[in-house]
Design a protein around this ligand. Sequence first.
Ligand SMILES: [Zn+2]
Length: 481
Amino acid sequence: MKHLIFTALFLLSYTVAVRAQIVFPTPNQVEMQTGNLILGKKVSMYAEDTTAFYLNLFREEVLSHTPIKWQKKESKADICWITDSSLPPEGYRIKIHPQQMVISASDKGGFTYAVQTLRQWVAGSAGSITFACASVTDYPRTQWRCFLLDSGRQFQKITTIRKYIDMASLLKMNYFHWHLTEGLGWRIEIKQYPHLTRTGGSVGKGEEQQGFYTQEEIRDIIEYARQRNITIVPEIDMPGHAEAALSAYPELGCFGLPVEIPQSGFTQNIFCAGKDGTLRFLKNVLDEVCALFPSPYIHLGGDEAPKGNWDQCPDCRKRITTEGLKDSHDLQLWFSAQMANYLKSKGRKAIFWGDVVYHDGYPLPDNTVIQWWNYRGHKDLALRNAVKHHYPVICSSNYYTVSELPRHPVERIYGSTYVRLERCLSEQPFRQSHQREKSADTWHELRIMDRRRSHGTNDRPTPFPPHPRSVRTDVARGGSA
Ligand SMILES: [Zn+2]
C-alpha cells in the first residue's frame, strides 16, 4: 500500500512537471501563474486576419477541430491574436489567464511558433481543452534553423516528408534543405529532360531507392511547408554525386560513356565542366528549379567532386587553358561561379558545400553562401576560408550536427551518433561573427528508409531528439534553437 501511494504521488508529480515544461526548444521566458484557462465545446476567437494559415494549424493541432465562433471585439473572445510590431521577427508572446489567452507576434512566423508552443502546452482533448496559466515570451537566436533530408540515396514517400516538415516546424526550424539529386537517384522531375527521372530515378538497387517527385507533388510540399513557416531550399548537387544524371544523359560527362552507379560513396564520374552543352543543361535545370521553388536560396552542392576525369578530359583541360585557371580545383571554382552568377541573374543566392573553398582561386560572386560540413575531414578549413572571403556560413559540421541513423552501425564508424543538441548549439566557432546559421543534416548513406524513419511517429509528431527533458537546461540559455 505504501508503495502504491508513493507510486501514485510520483506519477502525479511527473504529470505536473511534464505539463509545465513540455515545450521544446525551451522558450526564452516562461512565467508560471496559478489557474487554468478551460475552454468548452465552442471556442470564441478574435483575429485581425481570420484567414491566416496559422489559425488553421491552431484549430487542427491545438483545438482538435473544436468549432470556432469569431468575435469582432477582443474583450469577448477566449483567444485573441494581436499583431505587435515591437516583437522581434519570428518572436511571439502568449499570455494565458483563467478568462482569456492573448497571442502576440509581429509576423506570421511568430504566430506559427506560438501555435507550435501551444501544441505542446495544451492539455485535455476535444470537449475539454485546458491551458495552464502562464506568460511565455520567445524568439529565435539564429536566423537559419534548418534540417536536411537526403531523398537522393533513399526515396521517401510524400507522407514521410510531410511528417518531417511537421516535426521540424514543431521544433521551430525555418528552412528545409532538400537533397534531391545523388549518384543513387535523381528525384526531381525536370520536364525538359524526362530521362533524369525516368532513368535516373531508378538506378538504385533497393526497393526504397526507386522513385521521384513530380513538379505537382513538389508544389504541394512547398505549400505544406510554407504553411508551417518553412522555406524549402532545393539542392541540385553539381558537379559531383551526378552518376544518376549521367546514366540518363552520358554525354554530360567528360567521356560520354555509361557510368557505374555507386551503391555507396561516389565515383570520378562528375559533370564535365569543359563542355558548353553540360553548362547549358545545368542552367536549363536551374530554370525549372527556380520556377518551382520560391526560396531565395538554391543549393548547388559542390561537395566530393574528384577531379580524375577532369584532369584527363580534353574539354576540361582546354577550359583550364582558355580561362587562365591554375588547375582542376580552380576549374571547379570557375564552374561554381558560372552557376552562382546564373542564379544571381535570377535574384537568388547560391549555397555551396565547403569543399568549393578548400583552395583559393577563381572568385565566386557576392551571392555565395558556404555550408561548412566536413569537420572530420578538414577541420575548420572551409569555415576559415569562407570567413576570409566574407561569405556567410551555414554551420552543419559533421562533428555535432549530422544524424546518421540507424545508430548502431554508424557508431562503429563514427563512435557516437547521438545528436548532442547542447554541443551543437554551443559549438565554439558558432560565436564567430560570420558563422551565425545552424543546420541539422540527416544523411542516408546508411540506408535510412521510410519504415525506420517513421518509427515512433505514427500518431502525433514527436520532438527530436526523443528525450527533450534531458537537454532542457542547456538549451534554455539560448531559447529557440
Ligand atoms: Zn570534362
